[in-house]
Design a protein around this ligand. Sequence first.
Ligand code: ADP
Ligand code: MG
Length: 697
Amino acid sequence: MERLRHTDIKYLKGVGPQRGELLAKELGIRTCADLLRHYPSHYVDRSTTYRIADFSGDMPMVQVRGRFISFTIQGEGAKRRLTGLFSDGTRAMEIVWFRKIQQIQKAYQTSVEYVVFGKPTLFGSRWSMAHPEIDVAGAPTASDGLRGVYPLTEKLRAKGFTSKTFHTLITSLLSGLAANVSDPLPRSVTAPLRLMSLQEALAAIHSPSDRDRLQKARLRLKFEELYYLQLNILRYTRQRQAAIGGFRFARIGDYFNRFYKECMPFELTGAQKRVIREIRADMGSGKQMNRLLQGDVGSGKTLVALLCMLIAVDNNTQACLMAPTEILATQHYATIRSMVSQIGVNVRLLTGSTPAREREEIHRQLLDGSLHILIGTHAVIEDAVRFRNLGFVVIDEQHRFGVAQRARLWKKNTTPPHVLVMTATPIPRTLAMTVYGDLDVSVIDELPPGRKPVHTELRYDERRFEVYQGIGRRLKEGRQVYIVYPLISESEKTDLKSLEEGYQLICDTFPHYKVAYVHGRMKPSEKDYQMQLFASHKADILVATTVIEVGVNVPNATTMVIENAERFGLSQLHQLRGRVGRGADQSYCILMTKMKLAKETRKRLEVMTSTTDGFLVAEADLKMRGPGDLEGTLQSGMAIDLRIANLATDGQIVQMARDAASRTLDTDPNLSSYEFAGVRKEMALLFDHAIDWSRIS
Ligand code: ADP
Ligand code: MG
């Protein structure tokens, strides 16, 4: 591989300086090694030879074996075309060329047997193929397995490059190679997983004899990419963990025990227990914990966080919970305070709207250590907020916080606090491992007992009246209702207008009920007041924008209507839907849309009506949109251009690669042995070698 990496593509037979330059410019193929790593995007089946007599209906690309009977030129000027009558003994078809007529007429003879490959179309009663690929039957390029179709650009096409050009170049390059292309992966990595060697995989990815070989080749090549990626991530994680010591929370004390005995509102679910065990093990290890807690909406993350905060308090440190919105912080404060007040834990709330006098008192209590748990918004990361001994930080709904903000919190102590980041945005675990490379992941994969799946329906605007009738019935039963409007950008005037009109319509339709109203542009105090109206059931209906998306908990609200549902992303819809179905009663989510929807939009929304499982929704979302955004959050220095692996769909291989990388680092943490020399070299090429591993923090 090393030699190929240094061989300029222009020296390859059949390329030359001009085409070499074009390949470099259009596809970044500069060396022979690059060419070998230019994989087909898909394959066409050349293992079957069709009979012309059997053609029928809409035909795929097929190959036929036979002879030309005659050639004729028809038409004038631009309409000139060459037609060859071609027979395979069962029937004849026409093969038509509109370009390079003279060249072609010279190239093919009537006495020779050819294999032609193209898409047949029926004209009148005669089948016809335009500009097919043609090989002399039995020639080495006339592959009889699967034939790769290579990604091309317009420019390359215009200059006469075809899939076959690539096929020919690569076949000749591969056949000229010495018996073994050196494999960067040692056998100790590939053998237990029964992976192909690099040489075998390259040969098979370009000219697979069958689907099975192709599958194995793809596995090997995907694995290799993901293995380097995981090595990079794990190496970073391990060095950081080794470098930073953390608090050792050795004991569980009175606060935790008393809470568990006297105040627990319900039995923990199995998943909650498991996750608490995982967190405890981390906190007791002496290393700083950095853990992502994923749990679907309503899975009970808050209670887990609270129990962990109590462990921190038991170990003579303070805890801090940061939420993305004032509404959410206030709600956490109310819930947590009511749960722990009887065991003497001091909890305070700090937000942007905390009055100065109270703020000063909080600052003082934080410094003298009498404040155990601080709950708040971004306000808690301000420099003025200093702790006596901050041991544990919880960040709720982490997608709203950047890495930099997280870092500000754990820099508040000389010993960095343990950090638990909680999110309901369900990312398939394997992807999370990659995206949040430096975080360990815990998953609550079980909802508290007795929850009924939210019944979800699509409704057209035309049937609004029926929807309102349904709402009326729920209200009569004493239930509450959310009505959500899209407000993609809080500054968009038209959105605000539709929200206001919606509010008016609801007030007019349900004159006997009280309607609350929140959006992101209200003053926090006003927002809070409106939310409180709804939370305390002084209001029956809440007309809102997505400010209620995260975390709001009103179990008596059992119906949610989402207006213009087509404007929301799947994950967002799922988050919104999570606001209902929080009690034991059957809940409903109605997605309102206009009648005419694009096919993909309908498919997207149908995911919502078919499942309530957040991980399935996330997976569907990922498959439809690709991991785009998520890859964007890969921390710098972690990113890698994946040529063949796909984080969204190759979860199992990611896991395989993760395990293998972990084993590798167990045996050779610095990749310094001879065995891993090849891996080290690939890593240096892939990732910026300027990175000094020991200095990343
Ligand atoms: P989320 O994970 O979305 O933040 P919450 O922590 O807000 O979920 O919990 C959702 C609801 O479930 C709350 O009303 C909470 O009191 C309740 N809950 C949490 N754990 C349990 C449990 N083990 N059994 C029953 N209800 C629970
Ligand atoms: Mg929550």
